[in-house]
Design a protein around this ligand. Structure first.
Ligand SMILES: Cc1cc2nc3c(=O)[nH]c(=O)nc-3n(C[C@H](O)[C@H](O)[C@H](O)COP(=O)(O)O)c2cc1C
Length: 142
């Protein structure tokens, strides 16, 4: 199983504007491809972890890379793992309702870590994202 973590920037405005559409597409397409992961937004930044069968993942990453809604895609981590960190979510996100403030702080911290050129430790970031999974509200993910 392959796991890819990347950051990118919204081509225009706030990354969060695109979140509902992207989650809708992801949750429609990813299950049949066996792809799972998590997507965070903060300001104009996206941070996404994608995982799945290498061929299916190539297909999804190519599609995403060609999406004009974002640019500056930077891969932080591309590795083989024994099992997925987000097996139950076609694409997790942080809750937008209760706890939204907390979620915003967490998303900001994760994005800041992913952007810090000296401090990038992709593997630790994935572990922390997986720990965050436990705190996600069940109704905010699919
Ligand atoms: C930051 C970002 C992340 C995305 N993640 C996914 C994803 O995980 N799965 C997916 O199918 N599409 C994702 N998309 C959307 C794709 O680029 C594309 O619009 C979508 O797959 C088209 O789906 P459709 O042909 O079913 O309309 C993402 C787009 C962006 C900008």
């Amino acid at each position: 199983m392959r796991q890819i973590l990347y950051t990118s920037r919204a081509s225009e405005g706030d990354a969060g504007t695109h979140l509902p559409d992207i989650l809708f597409c992801s949750r429609r397409n990813n299950p049949e491809l066996g792809v799972t992961g998590i997507l965070l937004v903060h300001g104009d930044h996206f941070l996404q972890l994608l995982e799945g069968d290498p061929e299916q993942l190539d297909f999804v990453v190519d599609t995403i890379a060609g999406d004009p809604r974002h640019c500056d895609m930077r891969v932080i981590l591309d590795r083989t793992v024994a099992r997925p960190s987000f097996p139950h979510w076609s694409m997790a996100a942080l809750p937008a309702g209760d706890g939204a403030e907390d979620a915003t702080v967490q998303a900001r911290d994760f994005v800041a870590r992913s952007l810090d050129p000296d401090g990038i430790a992709g593997e630790a970031l994935v572990e922390d994202l997986a720990a965050l999974r436990a705190r996600l509200k069940a109704d905010a993910v699919a």
